[in-house]
Design a protein around this ligand. Structure first.
Ligand SMILES: Nc1ncnc2c1ncn2[C@@H]1O[C@H](COP(=O)(O)OP(=O)(O)OP(=O)(O)O)[C@@H](O)[C@H]1O
Ligand SMILES: [Mg+2]
Length: 216
């Protein structure tokens, strides 16, 4: 590596319940065991202002929110996170692992809400502060199985999770399309082998292989 420090920016994407948080925890532990400083972030949120925006977005009382309003609130949270946390951390040379990033806006607002890729891209161009993940893992678990797994966890569903299943199915289709168009940045990690769910460790090992490729 040259003398200018650059960290690694990795994001995790996938439907609610696909295993993002689980895999981020495992990957962060792995990096730490190798002596790397790791920052785990989540979207929306990750900053004091972003967490307030998150509350507005996920609050079930925010029913009636216009899709464009929703898109802009996600972008607002992202603008704060990139500028105050992600860009400085990457300059320090840290590993940044983000639970959702701009691909979520493409999948959920672009495809799910039907706002389209161009609109989401235009708004997010200014939000991302020039940062795109070096590597993105799309945990590919269909919308229905993901939601069943999410619901089994027992926590109360937020405004987005309470959306009709077709919204989640469109987002999943969106992820597949994004993956195909990403030029290799987005790695699709199947969560199922046929009808069987892969174990957390199996999924983690596949993810680590891609990370090792990136590091070398
Ligand atoms: N490989 C796996 N096999 C079976 N269950 C799993 C696996 N990975 C995660 N889980 C379980 O599935 C549920 C959802 O996982 P997790 O919270 O990591 O997903 P998530 O994508 O972060 O979901 P959310 O979008 O709700 O935050 C949890 O109860 C978790 O313990
Ligand atoms: Mg999670």
């Amino acid at each position: 590596m040259n003398s200018e420090k650059t960290g690694f920016f990795i994001s995790f994407e996938g439907n609610d319940g696909s295993g993002k948080t689980t895999q981020i925890r495992l990957l962060a532990q792995w990096f730490e065991s190798r002596g790397r400083a790791v920052l785990q972030l989540r979207e929306p949120g990750g900053t004091p202002i972003g967490e307030k925006v998150r509350d507005i977005l996920l609050d079930n009382a925010s029913s009636g929110m216009e899709p464009v309003t929703e898109m802009m609130l996600y972008a607002a949270s992202r603008a704060q996170l990139t500028r105050t946390v992600i860009t400085p951390a990457l300059k320090r040379g840290d590993v940044v692992i983000c639970d959702r990033f701009v691909d979520s806006s493409y999948a959920y607002q672009g495809f799910g809400r039907g706002l389209g890729m161009e609109t989401v891209q235009a708004v997010n161009l200014v939000a991302i502060d020039g940062q795109m993940p070096h590597l993105t893992f799309f945990l590919d678990l269909d919308a229905d199985t993901s939601m069943a797994r999410r619901n089994a966890s027992g926590t109360e569903a937020d405004r987005l999770e309470n959306e009709e299943m077709d919204f989640h199915r469109r987002a999943h289709d969106g992820y597949l399309a994004l993956c195909a168009a990403s030029g290799g940045r987005i790695k699709r990690i199947p969560v199922m082998t046929g009808l069987v769910q892969r174990t957390q460790e199996e999924v983690a090992l596949e993810i680590r292989d891609f990370v090792l490729d990136l590091l070398s």
